[in-house]
Design a protein around this ligand. Structure first.
Ligand code: ADP
Ligand code: ZN
Ligand code: ZN
Length: 802
């Protein structure tokens, strides 16, 4: 086996295959599948993954592997197989899928250098840049003002060449350690000989005579209240030695979590956990949909199922939505399983993420709690995979590879013969339909563990408020209830359902709305900076003082951003203390936790925020939840908008009255009769499921039909339409007649970053060759994609229809 099959790091369709390389003798013993290597590719050296070995190749003149980046494989055999499946299922390149499975720091980085060809003439700017040297770092060029085209020309005529050096960005954290360098009696001798005034040095020596082992330098100096200058003479004399030791950055202090113990399960919980436990015991794969209302004890079920898995010596993956990965959630898992838990979410630094990943990779933990990408945790003996809040759209990756964590979970569950548990108070229609059909097993928890009822929901018709002369964004009912709650010393959560809303700027005289010059979308007003910003590209401009269209000075901002609500709130209830939580106030690392802690410590009466406050939060003193604009999401061009509205309302209602105090919910809306709002206020999931399924069937949407979305974009609108038209025609000639192919249709945001976007939507039930057809289409346009900057993206399970 002296030939390695390598997937190389080139993001191009025509390279999406393995390439054969010779394994030089020096690597024969160490090279195994799943390792990263450096290989020559054309004139360059690039990295790649070894996915196979062979003893012969059908190609001659094979090149040799230049370097091996790992000593242990970063991808297991199972993950190699899984990555291949992900790539093929989502129509992505293999390399993209493999890279998505690894922490960022393992994506080796290329360092480029520019080499001047001997004796070559250079244009003056480049001559100046090289300044007599033969080789310069590429960054020097990047930092200069020389245009790329100029360098490109020099490369084309051969006076400069580019060399790629691969540099792995791994940064292991090192700390300084001190240990005695001599035997105890020699230290004692030195101690006695040391002059009395060398007080601190004697203390240091005395310490090591009593504790003859290594200690962290900073701890030691702290302990003895001294500095490195005292240490130095002892190191110089060879009495002590300093050395570096690798440590994990542990973002969580494991000792700080109070140990928790399994609770006695309620009868409902016992029934729900039974099929899961049985599958764990029998090492059988199936999918259990755990449909449990908020506060019904789903998390306790997860914890006890994981306990079983650990006792069998196996491993567990628990996925939670990014936003729900709050300190409260982490506390429950660390409290039960201590240092056995790795936590992976995006707020960690790259180094911290890498450390958590390494704990899994080295089998030092048994449980990983993490957001979407934790589904690729490199465990090799998985006993359960749990997806909490399974309805959350964050489980679908909106970038390549466009995978859904649920599908990956089931694939891994099948491989390891273990159960997959999907938990939610408001399951997706897809999952619930599968449970009803018996594809998944259904377990139900319909009582809260404290036996409290779900809070009462009242719907307020905002049109009536308007008729009654109330032009504010707070109904009279909500205002009154807020005042009462505050006077009782209780707290309030206010949700501004912001999606689809923005603070846009409009002229009151002529109606002119200020839009981004590059995207088909109104600019958003940011009060703090007094800037108008585009949320799709980075364009920004100052807030105009007069209308650009008619020069009227009656130009104002509209809409209800959280900032404006906060202002209005302070006017309405001047004595109320408000914490605002949105993308702006939580941008800094740790800000999210800090604000939540302030609220938990009762430093504010009202928590005002966007979707991010709807999930997972558990405050005992919250008795009132207000939803300011329940229907703002209903009118988006998205067939899931009713489902999302229902889910959000149910979720946010669950924030009230979770403990002794009873809670209530006020939902403000302009469409009080919409079934998703009406049924959410009654917590009637099964009726909602029935009605929504009817809609889906009528309009040919999931779960009755599968969807695929092809989006074409280019700067030339005519070209985009032509290409999309061509795709539609091609597909129509291939698919069966039950399949619907729609398009070319302008995407809801038709122009973004100066590119026009059109789409083709495919609705199908049974189309086993569809991926192949789309592959062929992508191949057909390959040249235009490469040369003319045409972009075709495919989403085999679209969630974002924008
Ligand atoms: P969910 O995840 O369904 O929202 P949780 O697991 O958070 O529900 O449970 C809600 C509350 O009930 C938590 O405070 C939890 O500690 C408590 N709880 C869960 N199971 C039990 C039980 N069997 N006995 C007593 N309390 C329980
Ligand atoms: Zn105007
Ligand atoms: Zn823009």
């Amino acid at each position: 086996m002296n030939i390695a099959k390598v997937i190389v790091d080139v993001q191009a369709k025509e390279i999406n295959q393995t390439f054969d390389y010779l394994i030089p003798d020096r690597f024969k013993d160490i090279l195994s599948l799943g390792m990263r290597v450096i290989v020559p590719f054309g004139p360059r050296k690039i990295s790649g993954f070894v996915v196979g070995k062979a003893s012969s190749s059908s190609f001659s003149n094979l090149k040799e592997i230049v370097d091996v980046l790992d000593l242990t494989p970063v991808l297991t055999g199972e993950l190699l197989q899984l990555g291949k499946w992900v790539a093929e299922d989502t129509l992505t390149l293999y390399i993209t899928a493999y890279q998505a499975m690894l922490p960022q720091v393992l994506k080796s980085q290329y360092k480029k250098e520019l080499i001047r060809t001997e004796g070559a003439e250079l244009p003056p700017e480049l001559e100046h840049l090289f300044a007599g040297r033969d080789i310069i770092a590429y960054e020097e060029f990047e930092h200069s003002t020389i245009r790329y085209s100029q360098l490109q020309k020099a490369i084309q005529v051969g006076s400069i060449s580019v060399n790629y050096i691969v540099k792995s960005k791994i940064t292991k954290k090192q700390i300084s350690m001190i240990r005695p360098a001599k035997e105890e009696h020699l230290l004692e001798e030195a101690y006695l000989e040391m002059p009395k005034q060398a007080n601190k040095q004697r203390e240091l020596l005395a310490y090591f005579i009593q504790h003859p082992k290594e200690i962290e330098q900073s701890k030691l100096l702290n302990l003895l209240g001294t500095t490195r200058s005292t240490l130095k003479p002892l190191l110089d004399k060879g009495l002590l030695t300093a050395f570096k030791s690798e440590v994990y950055r542990n973002p969580y202090n494991d000792d700080a979590f109070e140990k928790t113990y399994p609770l006695d399960l309620t009868d409902q919980q016992k029934q729900a956990i039974a099929p899961i436990k049985e599958n764990i015991a029998q090492e059988k794969h199936n999918v259990v949909l755990l449909h449990g209302i908020t506060g019904s004890g789903k998390t306790e079920v997860y914890l006890q199922a994981i306990q079983d898995v650990i006792e069998k010596g196996k491993e567990a993956i628990l996925l939670v939505p990014e936003i729900a990965l709050t300190p409260q959630m982490v506390k429950r898992f660390k409290g039960r399983f201590g240092a056995n838990v790795a936590v992976m979410h995006s707020a960690l630094s790259n180094g911290e993420k890498y450390d958590e990943w390494r704990k899994i990779h080295r089998k030092e933990v048994k449980v990983v709690v993490g957001a979407r990408s934790a589904i690729f945790a490199p465990f090799e003996n998985i006993g359960i995979i749990i997806i909490d809040e399974e309805h959350e759209t964050t489980y679908k990756q909106e970038d390549q590879p466009r995978y859904h964590a649920r599908d990956v979970a089931i694939k891994r569950g099948q491989y390891y013969n273990c159960p997959v548990v999907l938990g939610s108070a408001t399951p997706t229609l897809e999952s619930f339909a599968r449970a009803k059909k018996g594809v998944y097993e259904l377990a139900t928890l319909d009582k809260r563990t404290n036996n409290q009822d779900m809070p009462e929901v009242s719907i307020v018709d905002m049109r009536e408020e308007l008729h009654a002369g109330n032009r504010t964004m707070f109904s009279r009912a909500l205002k009154e209830k807020m005042e009462q709650a505050i006077s009782r010393g209780e707290q309030i959560v206010l949700l501004l359902n912001r999606r689809g809303y923005s603070t846009f700027v409009m002229c009151r005289d002529c109606g002119h709305v200020t839009e981004c010059p590059h995207c088909d979308i109104a600019l958003t007003y940011h009060k703090n900076s007094n800037l108008l910003k585009c949320h799709y590209c980075s364009y920004e401009e100052r807030m105009p003082t007069e209308c650009p269209s008619c020069t009227s000075d009656l130009i104002r901002y509209f809409g209800t951003g959280t900032q404006r609500v906060e202002e209005a709130l302070t006017q309405l209830l001047p004595e109320a203390r408000v914490i605002r939580m949105d993308v702006d106030t939580t941008r800094r690392k740790g800000a999210h936790e800090k604000l939540l802690k302030q609220f938990a410590d009762k430093e504010a009466d009202i928590l005002l925020g966007t979707q991010m406050i709807a999930k997972g939060l558990d405050f005992e003193n919250v008795t009132l939840v207000g939803v300011l604009t329940a229907d703002s999401m209903l009118h988006l061009p998205d067939f899931r908008s009713s489902e999302k509205t229902f889910q959000l309302l149910t979720q946010v209602s669950g924030r009230a009255g979770r403990h002794e105090l009873t809670g209530e919910v006020v939902v403000q809306t302009y469409t009080p009769d919409h079934y998703s709002i009406e049924l959410a206020s009654k917590y009637d999931f099964s009726e909602f499921f029935k009605q929504e399924m009817k809609m889906r069937r009528t309009f040919h949407y999931p779960p009755y039909f599968f969807l695929a979305l092809i989006t074409v974009s280019h700067t030339n609108q005519v070209k985009v339409v032509q290409v999309t038209q061509n795709i539609v025609q091609t597909l129509l000639s291939q698919v069966n007649n039950e399949t619907v192919v729609l398009g070319p249709t302008p995407s809801p945001i038709t122009r973004m970053k100066d590119r026009y976007r059109y789409q083709c939507m495919i609705k199908y039930r049974n189309e086993p060759q569809l991926r192949l057809y789309i592959q062929q289409i992508l191949e057909q346009f390959q040249d235009e994609v490469r040369k003319e900057d045409l972009l075709i993206t495919v989403d085999m399970q679209p969630y974002h229809l924008m």
